[in-house]
Design a protein around this ligand. Structure first.
Ligand code: G16
Length: 544
């Protein structure tokens, strides 16, 4: 088999966003587009000769084709071994688990996460380092700068590998191992949680649960863990078969896109516990009967109850949240006397803190929760953590969250997304806000006085790297916050995210709909940023 060196010209749009490079499938199908990016990854990595690479994706449209290209390029670039998920599939947390467990050099994950799949929809690729986590900015920036000057890539001229048979194959000098990651992942979960207690709960007549895998990557993992190992009745896992187009749906576990599950859960006779995960299995949504748990509250509840869960009984070293995530976790950290770190949006920013042992749990408002067990957020892990708490506390989800609010206070929270708006208008909106940060400081808007306004900048306490322009924050004197930032994961125009939060300590108001409680702040968020003027939109597309 011959190594081909292919002449190419650079593309100028290969800068990874919040989580890797995400584009329309059609862009990735442009001749040389994927290969250029993969070669750029390999070019910035040192000493790859003979090393082991993990490769897999969420099974979306173009996953298998992309995988064949990557494996042949890995062989041509000198890797000694690649571990590929069966069928080309690995959930993002399972990929992280495999990289760490087998101490590999790193991994390439193919996913556009919660974005839709199919020939007209989205695809993505990202590189994870040996710690199992997304590459930090210094690596993604190096990949981007390489992609702007690349002139050739190397690929093995060979037949495709067989993705669907477990075991070993050879590709030139390289060994290809097709692995079943489900058992490795399930074994890890069994070490973290009390499966006996959870099994008793799931097999009792007085408890029922639904897990919506959204025809995405988590199906096989959820079926193995929930139905096979924990004995939940068949039918507990909904939409368990991974499909290349996610059944035409948007694999985003939120109130809008997981509406079938929400409908089942919101009746008076609904199941006790409901959950969903996204395209690549790293996000989660948690529901009780007639009750929605915001991701920010979920993180705080997990931290507050961690001592009930065997894998975390030794205590939490610290916790972290992304800046736009609500401050609910801060209250738990303060009560426990542990540090709470505030990072920019993007799981990659938790990596150094996890590696240094500074934090045990971390999470984001964008339906991501995780711990030091891997270096990605982990949807099913969060669901099992909740199940373990439910098995120990023997209370409903709603009671657990209400108790939590009574003890710590509630951070009433909502996120408003304005999707697919014109990029120019979105950038202009952010620019004018950035220019007004000092002018806004000390201004009064009704009952709200701005105590501080800035464009969030983060200095990593481990490697001192600085990440600036991470979102405009308006911090009010009464503890309320409005945050504006542009999404780094979309593939169409720009998406403006507005995060709105207000602390509430009066239990009589806990039951109120957040859209009502926050009505005044929501109005302010639109008028202060002049959202209609810059985007032409008078209401958001998605509210979570
Ligand atoms: C990715 C990142 C998360 C981030 C989320 C939303 O998640 O891993 O850290 O919070 O995107 O980012 P943005 O607000 O820029 O769209 P995922 O699940 O898409 O990989």
């Amino acid at each position: 088999m011959k190594i081909q060196t292919v002449e190419t010209t650079p593309f100028d749009d290969q800068r990874p966003g919040t989580s890797g490079l995400r584009k329309k499938v059609k862009v990735f199908q442009t001749p040389h587009y994927l290969a250029n990016f993969v070669q750029s990854i390999f070019n910035v990595l040192a000493d790859i000769e003979g090393q082991t690479l993990v490769v897999g994706g969420d099974g979306r449209y173009f996953n298998r084709e992309a995988l064949q290209i990557i494996v042949k390029m890995a062989a041509a670039n000198g890797f000694g071994n690649v571990m590929v998920g069966l069928g080309g599939i690995l959930s993002t947390p399972a990929a992280s688990c495999i990289i760490r467990k087998y101490e590999t050099y790193g991994g390439i994950i193919l996913s556009a996460s919660h974005n839709p799949g199919g020939p007209e929809a989205d695809f993505g690729i990202k590189y994870n380092t040996a710690n199992g986590g997304p590459a930090p900015e210094k690596i993604t920036e190096a990949i981007f700068s390489n992609s702007r000057k690349i002139t050739q890539y190397r690929i093995l001229d060979s037949a495709d590998i067989d993705l669907d048979t477990l075991g070993e194959q050879r590709l030139g000098n390289m060994r290809v191992e097709i692995i079943d990651s489900v058992s490795d992942y399930a074994d890890m979960m069994e070490q973290l949680f009390d499966f006996d207690a959870m099994c008793s709960l799931l097999t009792s007549n007085s408890f029922s649960m639904r897990f919506d895998a959204m025809n995405a990557v988590t199906g096989p993992y959820a079926l193995e863990i929930l139905e096979n190992r924990l004995g939940a009745p068949s039918g507990t896992v909904l939409r368990g078969e991974p499909l290349a187009d996610f059944g035409g749906a948007h694999p985003d576990p939120n109130l809008v896109h997981a509406k079938e599950l929400v409908a089942v859960m919101m009746g008076a006779d609904g199941p006790d516990f409901g959950a969903a995960s996204d395209g690549d299995g790293d996000r989660n949504m948690i529901l009780g009967r007639d009750f929605y748990v915001t991701p920010s509250d979920s993180l705080a509840v997990l931290a507050a109850n961690a001592s009930l869960v065997s894998g975390y009984q030794q205590g939490l070293a610290g916790v972290a949240r992304s800046m736009p995530t609500s401050q609910a976790i801060d209250r738990v950290a303060a009560a426990k006397g542990i540090e709470c770190y505030e990072t920019p949006t993007g799981w990659k920013f938790f990596g150094n803190l996890l590696d240094a042992g500074k934090i045990t749990l971390c999470g984001e408002e964008s339906f991501g929760t995780g711990s030091n067990h891997v270096r990605e957020k982990d949807g099913l892990w969060a669901v099992l953590f909740w199940l373990n708490i439910l098995a120990v506390r023997k209370q409903s989800v709603a009671d657990i969250v209400n108790d939590h609010w009574k003890q710590y206070g509630r951070d009433v929270y909502t996120r408003h997304d304005y999707e697919a708006i014109a990029t120019e208008g979105a950038n202009a909106l952010m620019d004018q806000l950035r220019a007004r940060t000092s002018e806004l400081t000390d201004q009064r808007f009704g009952d709200y006085i701005v105590a501080h306004c800035d464009d969030f900048s983060y200095t990593d306490s481990i490697d001192n790297s600085v990440s600036s322009k991470q979102g405009i924050r308006l911090l009010f004197k009464n503890g309320a916050r409005i945050v504006y930032r542009l999404s780094g994961t979309g593939t169409e125009g720009a998406t403006l995210r507005v995060y709105i939060e207000q602390p509430e300590n009066d239990p009589a108001k806990f039951a109120q709909d957040p859209q009502q409680s926050l009505a005044e702040l929501i109005g302010l968020s639109a008028s202060i940023a002049k959202i209609k003027d810059y985007t032409g939109r008078s209401r958001p597309d998605v509210i979570t």
